[in-house]
Design a protein. Structure first.
Lengths: 157, 114
């Protein structure tokens, strides 16, 4: 458990309000809230950066990849660290997967990363990290993250 | 659904510092409440309350530095938009702690107190 009971209750209430499919038994809080990193960085296994293709050029984005909120730019960004597109989110030995969520306009909203046991880890914006059993719990209309539009995978080193 | 209700009652230059701080604090709370699950810096910075913080202009700079020191949100865009300065090295983009350090140092050298 992260934090004390009061903090846990507050964090959970906030998360479950924003993500109606997130039921108490479907996830666990795994970090305190922080602005140090976001979901994209966390999917790329960094907890010290905020990845985003912002036009103000404040945030980290891989060199040479368009600074635009498009699925193709996000796919290209993760190709720079060894990921390739694939069709299935099912757990495979020695393979690490990520799932990109996008809204109805196709704008990327979130990325989750698969853990070795098949569960998923997500950094929720400026809030906490959570571990969730299935991808579907973060889907839905805003402020939820839309739907999963792309799975990518890379061999585990 | 976002609620976008906070507005300024008149031009910032016609207001007392205490009014600016009160308005600023209300806008900060709105941004935090309504963008907490966002990873998109663009979505955070284009939230109406965030845009109104930028609209406060230079008087908001020390207040933004204070919020940055508290790590209450991503206020880098607002600081850059108002000051037209970016003290963060390109190699430190996105590295939150280094970005905060760079803005704190810039604020001190520019004579701001917060």
């Amino acid at each position: 458990m992260v934090g004390n009971d009061a903090w846990n209750s507050y964090a959970r209430e906030n998360l479950e309000k924003q993500f109606p499919k997130l039921t108490p038994s479907s996830y666990a809080l795994t970090s305190p809230d922080t602005i140090d990193y976001n979901c994209v960085a966390w999917a790329a296994e960094s907890d010290e950066e905020w990845w985003w293709p912002d036009p103000m050029e404040q945030e980290y984005w891989p060199d040479g990849i368009p600074r635009e909120e498009t699925l193709s730019a996000f796919i290209a960004a993760f190709r720079t660290i060894g990921y390739e597109s694939c069709d299935s989110s099912a757990l495979k030995p020695e393979i690490q997967k990520i799932a990109i969520y996008a809204d109805a306009q196709g704008i990327p909203r979130h990325i989750a990363r698969q853990l070795p046991d098949g569960q998923w880890t997500s950094k929720i914006g400026q809030c906490e990290d959570i571990q969730h059993q299935i991808l579907d719990v973060l889907t839905g209309s805003a402020p939820a993250y839309g739907k999963v539009v792309q799975i990518m995978q890379k061999p585990i080193n | 659904m976002l609620s976008m209700t906070a507005t300024l009652s008149s031009h910032p230059s016609q207001q007392e510092p205490d009014d600016i701080e009160r308005i600023f604090n209300n806008l900060v709370q709105l941004v935090i409440q309504e963008t907490r699950s966002e990873s998109s810096t663009l979505k955070i910075a284009t939230h109406p309350a965030y845009q109104q913080i930028i609209g406060l202009g230079q008087p908001a700079i020390p207040l933004l530095l204070r919020e940055l020191e508290r790590k209450s949100g991503r206020w880098f865009w607002a600081l850059k938009a108002i000051s037209r300065i970016d003290p963060v090295e390109p190699s430190d983009r996105g590295k939150t702690r280094k970005m905060i350090d760079a803005w704190m140092q810039w604020g001190i050298e520019a004579g701001y107190k917060w």
